[in-house]
Design a protein around this ligand. Sequence first.
Ligand code: AMP
Ligand code: ZN
Length: 478
Amino acid sequence: MTRVMLSLFDTCTRRIVPVEPEDGKTLRFYCCGPTVYAAAHIGNFRTFVAQDVFRRVVELGGLRTKHVRNLTDVDDKTIRNSQVQGIPLAEYTAKWTQKFHEDCAALNCLPPHVEPSAVGHIAEQIQLVQRLIDSGHAYCSDDGSVYFRISSYAEYGQLAHLDSQTLDLGKTAQTRADTDEYEKDSLADFVLWKARRPEDGENYWSSPWGEGRPGWHLECSAMSHKYLGDSFDLHSGGVDLIFPHHENEIAQSRCGCGGSFARLWFHITHLLVDGAKMSKSLGNMYTLDDLAKLGHSPAALRYVLAGSYYRRPLNFTLVGMRDAMAALKRLRRFDDALAARCPGQPTPSYRDLIKNPPELGLFQPAWTSLQDDLNTPEALGHVFSALHSIKPAELEADAAAAVRRAFHFIIEALGLILPQDDEGQTVDVPQEIRDLAEKRWAARLAKDWQKADELRSRLAERGWSMKDGRDSYQLTQN
Ligand code: AMP
Ligand code: ZN
């Protein structure tokens, strides 16, 4: 197999760069995890699925990974919601953490190797604040809160490419931001430690500056340092995290831990619904459960999310979900047809494909597209082209098994879930009918209308009809 190295767009240098581990063996990366205050929505999962495809492409490409993703289980939102519902914070966030894990599994996302939580790392966060105070990068205010002094870090603003005017205003105005989220035009010293307030209820910890709780930005610096050290290969999140979250992480980590922090930055563009930003007020915010109620499976969502290019906005539509399921069924039929030619051969697994990467043959262009800045829609285009050229019915057992391994290599890189038997209508279709249908589909693609009609008649004689879609067909028994 040709192993081309993966290249990605790095937000900091604004260039497509090769993704290489510093130690030559293990790619060590950190992803900002979910805030566990409600079920994650499909926008969050766009980011988590893109990160999962990234990891799969790296691992299938022959490298090891160390994937760290945190859980934000204390912040303004988790505290507020748990208080409203009268449930202790730990119990409240445990429930949503479990839901998040269930949804990740349903979407076929590999679990991270380490999943630290903010509440589990209060001591590490306090230590980091202390180091920042000791080195003159942070100061304590009258109420016992601690702030990072952005004027103390000359490189502040490099990741977000803040212009000098914004930076000058922010650094000289000496204002402070108490909330975790704010816009570029309110650039200010940001909070590291929040002094206890009545609305925090029981959610506070002791510190050298009095009782309080950590600010949101701090946790990722403390936890990435603990599990990945002061320099690691890549850091990732949705584009909304570039400023202020990641900018603040860089400042805290470089000033408090030394080292270069993350070498590369991988940001995922947001998902839109029907062309609009997702929001509760527009009623266009979907969770996996919302989609299930509308009859859409996680498999279709995985296809939609994995099949979009991470640097372009993904416009989510329910029609797109239906098309995704049709495309998955086409992939399933192809796989079934191959499996029928090499009976007794197990379906290649992700781990087995990593250990024994196959020759990719007609699927090589799909792999090359994945290596080229994770161009997943282009990769899928190549997969369907390969399907048009390959006729499983004409393959000997060995050839069918080899093609099946190459096909599964790409399916596994994208983490696609081929529909189960009851979602497709392929199980009850006799092999003879499937072969006829594949031949007719090939004739149709070759615009050999006469042959296609003839095969349609032969299917009809056997009691089957074929409905053509854009990328696939459906077989129904008359
Ligand atoms: P949160 O739980 O809000 O901290 O977000 C978890 C992840 O989802 C972060 O990496 C966010 O940047 C990302 N995210 C939030 N909204 C969207 C969206 N509409 N599209 C893509 N990613 C998103
Ligand atoms: Zn983070």
